[in-house]
Design a protein around this ligand. Structure first.
Ligand SMILES: [Ca+2]
Ligand SMILES: [Ca+2]
Ligand SMILES: [Ca+2]
Ligand SMILES: [Ca+2]
Length: 403
């Protein structure tokens, strides 16, 4: 009996391999969602956890964007040289680029830049922490069922990419943040700051230098001044949080906050997001210091004021924190804060403001979270969250639910 079972199991395994090979060759792999619901937020609200990939080794970054132009938001994730996208609603996995095309991939930024309904994906790759002279950028475009690639050349130490519209002309611009200057060396990487730049229109012809900042770990795009319909971006570095805005044909760079003190390179900020309270005030949420342990909130003193109020350190226990986002998952007007860490005892926490205190909840202890992103994936008005785990090789969607 057990012998027959073994043969059947082996046959099933062979059938899986047999169909797996052509599927992998065409870049399409079916996923098996497993789901559970975590109560979180206002009473009756929660997060529905769905594992959409269990096999993306070194999963490092995730995005949410409509890749195929059907008006449904898809998920894009990368790790171990591979960039993959997962098609909403079944999260069918397809490969955008592999180890041959994008070895050492570190960041992507997905946007339909030519307006044909199909997204282009800017891909930063050849990243090596201890060799900041390396780093390349390419643009992947959809052609038929596959992708074609255009090299945009060398960008030493390239580490983060984001689309915005920094000059307000309605065309997407690509913000590029290396982590170090190319002559920087460990262990402190203080010799040369990262060269922040923007490609206006997403092309080399629009290349524009923004600023230099020591050990720049993350950038985030935020709305610019309401009257000129631009975006600005924030950078998180050893030098704290800076805001970068393009006005009157030049870049204006302004420090927002200093971040953690201490000895370089363990100072300043590692991740940055701009959140909001129900009363209309914004807050800056940061991970501090570089690859640090702390989640910190600094609110505006009053709505729209450049003056910040007291600094709230809401958690100090994370090990190698590497992921952050803010998302109003229960629709009460105040953003919840999500922070993920990849060090020993890895996981994903969320923090919700309740009676003036940020209450912590462990959302997931099965993800060595390296990145987080948020969008309203199903269009129900509640923000949903997605994360990727490196050593856990997973891509997980946390969809906001309401009873
Ligand atoms: Ca789609
Ligand atoms: Ca396009
Ligand atoms: Ca909320
Ligand atoms: Ca939603």
């Amino acid at each position: 009996m057990s012998h027959i079972k073994l043969i059947l199991t082996n046959m099933a395994f062979l059938i899986l391999i047999a169909c797996g090979l052509p599927c992998a060759g065409s870049g399409e792999i079916a996923t098996q969602p497993d789901t559970s619901t975590i109560p979180f937020g206002r009473p009756g609200h929660g997060l529905n956890r769905t594992v959409i990939d269990t096999n993306l080794p070194g999963a490092y970054q995730v995005e949410i964007a409509d890749v195929n132009g059907d008006n449904k938001l898809d998920i894009i994730a990368l790790g171990g040289g591979t960039v993959a996208w997962y098609e909403n609603p079944k999260w069918t996995k397809r490969i955008v680029s592999d180890k041959k095309t994008s070895p050492g991939v570190i960041s992507t930024a997905t946007r339909d830049i030519d307006g044909d309904g199909k997204a282009e994906i800017a891909i930063a790759y050849e990243f090596e922490m201890n060799n900041p002279k390396l780093g390349k950028l390419l643009m992947a475009r959809q052609k038929g069922e596959g992708w074609v690639y255009e090299s945009l050349g060398d960008f030493p130490s390239i580490h983060r990419l984001r689309w915005g519209d920094f000059d307000g002309d309605g065309k997407p611009d690509l913000a590029i943040a290396p982590i170090f200057g190319k002559s920087a060396t460990g262990p402190d990487f203080q010799q040369e700051g990262a060269r922040l730049e923007v490609l206006f229109g997403g092309s080399l012809a629009g290349r524009s230098e923004v600023d230099h900042k020591l050990v720049t770990h993350a950038i985030g795009v935020i709305p610019g001044p309401a009257q000129n319909r631009t975006t600005n971006f924030l950078s998180a570095s050893n030098e704290g949080i800076w805001q970068h805005g393009f006005a009157n044909q030049k870049w204006e760079n302004r420090q927002i906050l200093v971040g953690a003190g201490g000895e370089r390179p363990k100072t300043g900020c590692s991740e940055i997001h701009l959140g909001k309270f129900a009363d209309g005030r914004h807050f800056y949420a940061t991970i501090e210091p570089w690859h640090g342990s702390d989640v910190v909130i600094q609110p505006e003193r009053t709505k729209g004021s450049p003056q910040l109020g007291p600094r709230f350190v809401i958690d100090t226990t994370l090990k190698e924190a590497h992921a952050l986002c803010v998302a109003d998952i229960d629709g009460d007007g105040t953003d919840e804060v999500f922070a993920g860490y990849r060090g020993p005892g890895f996981g994903l926490n969320a923090y919700r403001l309740e009676a003036g205190t940020w209450k912590r909840l462990v959302i997931d202890s099965k993800i060595a979270s390296q990145d987080l992103r948020t969008a309203d994936i199903n269009g129900d008005g509640l923000m949903d969250v997605v994360s990727v785990g490196g050593s856990t090789k997973n891509v997980v969607l946390y969809q906001a639910t309401k009873k």
